[in-house]
Design a binder for this molecule. Structure first.
Ligand SMILES: Nc1nc2c(ncn2[C@@H]2O[C@H](COP(=O)(O)OP(=O)(O)OP(=O)(O)O)[C@@H](O)[C@H]2O)c(=O)[nH]1
Ligand SMILES: [Mg+2]
Length: 236
């Protein structure tokens, strides 16, 4: 059997948000029984039918790189992680819906992965306020996944989902909110499964960035350096 083409998708987010649980669900179609925290990075593979149901249908391996660890600003922590950020084709940003800080930190995670050659000070963003333009010309497909939906009381759901919709908009990304301990949220034919499939199709479509190693041609040079701290529009 011919080897399948593969693409690389990073799974990023704070420690404990549920990245490993999510990856297990996506790749094994099962709930992760005994999660323990991920050291370094672990990779699992999902088989994906690109453009399923069309004449262009083709099967791919989606490598999901589950990068463990807390947001560290120490340059040693970042440079250790940076080895995983090479030649990526897409990023799944995972946050815990019960933990606002984990949502805010997605800005840092994404910028760390997309701008891996930022200034050595470790400063991640530009000029004070969070800037949507940061992502406007980003060519790497992003997907925002909110976990632990089951732990949000019914009365608070609207508020939380409004907040996450803003977040996804900032990243110019689709969003999925789910409970990683319940496979029903990704059942075949569900709207979440359709969104996921579209995201992986997009990752595959854009994979040509891998070819010459020049992986982020569209990411804005002028935004890459500068002082200031990260600040989000929606959490102050
Ligand atoms: N109730 C509930 N628990 C969840 C959900 N997702 C993850 N968990 C639990 O949260 C804990 C942390 O999950 P992990 O998947 O290990 O988190 P992680 O992001 O991989 O953490 P690190 O490896 O430390 O970066 C585990 O006890 C999971 O069972 C969810 O959607 N709902
Ligand atoms: Mg983990």
């Amino acid at each position: 059997m011919a080897a399948l083409d593969r693409v690389k998708v990073l799974v990023l987010g704070d420690s404990g948000v549920g990245k490993s649980s999510l990856v297990h669900l996506l790749c094994q179609n099962q709930v992760l029984g005994n999660p323990s925290w991920t050291v370094g990075c672990s990779v699992d593979v999902r088989i994906h039918d690109y453009k399923e149901g069309t004449p262009e249908e083709k099967t791919y391996y989606i490598e999901l790189w589950d990068v463990g660890g807390s947001v560290g600003s120490a340059s040693s922590v970042k440079s250790t992680r940076a080895v995983f950020y090479n030649l990526l084709n897409g990023i799944i940003l995972v946050h815990d819906l019960t933990n606002k800080k984990s949502s805010q930190n997605l800005y840092r995670w994404s910028l760390e992965a997309l701008n891996r050659d930022v200034a050595p000070t470790g400063v991640l963003v530009t000029n004070g306020d969070y800037d949507r333009e940061q992502f406007a010309d980003n060519q790497i497909p992003l997907l925002v996944i909110g976990t632990k939906l089951d732990q949000i009381p019914e009365a608070k759901r609207n508020e939380v989902l409004t907040r996450t919709a803003f977040l996804a908009e900032d990243f110019n990304a689709e969003e999925i909110n789910l409970d990683c301990t319940n496979p029903r949220y990704l059942a075949a034919g569900s709207s979440n499964a359709v969104k996921l499939s579209r995201f992986f199709d997009k990752v595959i479509e854009k994979r040509y960035f891998l070819r010459d190693g020049n992986q982020i041609p569209g990411f804005s040079e002028r935004k890459r350096f500068g002082g200031g701290t990260l600040k989000s529009l929606h959490y102050d």
